[in-house]
Design a protein around this ligand. Structure first.
Ligand SMILES: Nc1ncnc2c1ncn2[C@@H]1O[C@H](COP(=O)(O)OP(=O)(O)OP(=O)(O)O)[C@@H](O)[C@H]1O
Length: 314
């Protein structure tokens, strides 16, 4: 039976005059990792805080494991793991003591000492939370979220600020949760994290879903031709030489170089002949196309196209 672990329909969340979430809809499957990906202030944290039962929705409906996260909070607590952005551990609590306490609320927890070792926290097991480094606090918070072998885990930016080793350890743990059949919902603005971990990516911008799908579906498997030159090229003339539906974007790169990216509306059109047309035009125009390559579009390309490149205030 395809029951969603989380089902959010037309969610609205406001803070006074600010509408943080405005009609957001998505489903998260069991045994899958769902990434909510969006720029700062997109509404990711507000969305999962409603799903966690920490905040009330102002509109729409949210079902978590078939239940209402606010009204059925007590029934959901033993089944759902939460790693909030702020850590969620009392500042004076010692790492191991707190993890053991969290484990004691569950029937078949992961042995806390094993989890501390896994997360590289054994040497600081007696250290109060406030004296742990930022990365150690995050790893302890993650350990607390998973110690009860939850059916569903919410991870709010689980690897923000972690070093590469800790990030890998976190990714391994997330992959194992998924293997064990849990649903994992994480927020991130790291493309690599979404690309590597997520079965389903929900791109959120200004409180609403702007695209969703597998990372490969979102990038569309599309290819682009890229090259750079010392002097600007006549992009109008180049476009005239290319098949209809071709797009050329240009930017100034390192050292003031001119960088060009050529894409097409029709993915099948970008084959060997297309590349030959580009190089033939360059030859006829006396343009030396340096660093010429054909590359696949990434999730980051799609993300920037959908959400823009300007920096947000919030
Ligand atoms: N408690 C609050 N009171 C008032 N406004 C808030 C509150 N929490 C969030 N907001 C606002 O709601 C909007 C969405 O914030 P939210 O934290 O949900 O976004 P986010 O996508 O998680 O961002 P980030 O990636 O920066 O954590 C932002 O404009 C933010 O300033």
């Amino acid at each position: 039976m395809d029951t969603a672990a989380v089902e959010v329909v037309d969610l609205v969340k406001r803070y006074g005059a600010t509408t943080a979430v405005s009609g957001l809809t998505f489903r998260a499957r069991r045994g899958a990792v769902t990434a909510l990906l969006g720029p700062n202030g997109a509404g990711k944290t507000s969305t999962i805080e409603v799903c966690e039962g920490f905040r009330r929705a102002d509109g729409g409906s949210v079902r978590v494991l078939g239940l209402d996260p606010a009204a059925d909070a007590a029934a959901l607590k033993p089944r759902v793991g939460v790693m909030p952005q702020s850590g969620g551990v009392p500042t004076g609590a010692r790492a191991a003591e707190w993890l053991r306490l969290m484990a004691s609320f569950h029937a078949t927890p992961v042995p806390p000492d094993l989890l501390l070792e896994r997360m590289g926290l054994t040497s600081v097991s007696r250290t109060p939370f406030r004296r742990l480094s930022g990365g150690q606090q995050q790893r302890l918070s993650l350990a607390c979220a998973v110690v009860g072998r939850p059916e569903l885990v919410f991870l709010d930016e689980p690897t923000a600020g972690l070093d590469p080793q800790a990030r890998m350890a976190t990714w391994d743990l997330v992959a194992e949760l998924r293997e064990a059949g849990a649903a994992v919902i994480l927020t991130t603005h790291h493309m690599e994290e979404a690309e590597r971990l997520a079965d389903h990516v929900v791109i959120i911008d200004r409180g609403a879903v702007v695209a969703e799908g597998t990372p490969a579906d979102l990038a569309g498997g599309r290819r682009e031709v890229c090259f750079s030159t010392a002097a600007p090229v006549d992009t109008g003339a180049l476009r005239d030489a290319l098949p209809a539906g071709s797009r050329i974007s240009s930017a100034r790169g390192a050292g003031g170089r001119h960088e060009y990216v050529i894409g097409t509306d029709d993915p099948a059109a970008l084959g060997p002949e297309f590349l030959a047309t580009v190089t033939a035009w360059c030859a006829s125009a006396g343009v030396l196309a340096e660093d010429l390559r054909v590359r696949r579009r990434t999730l980051e390309d799609v993300f920037l196209e959908l959400t823009g490149r300007e920096l947000r205030e919030s």
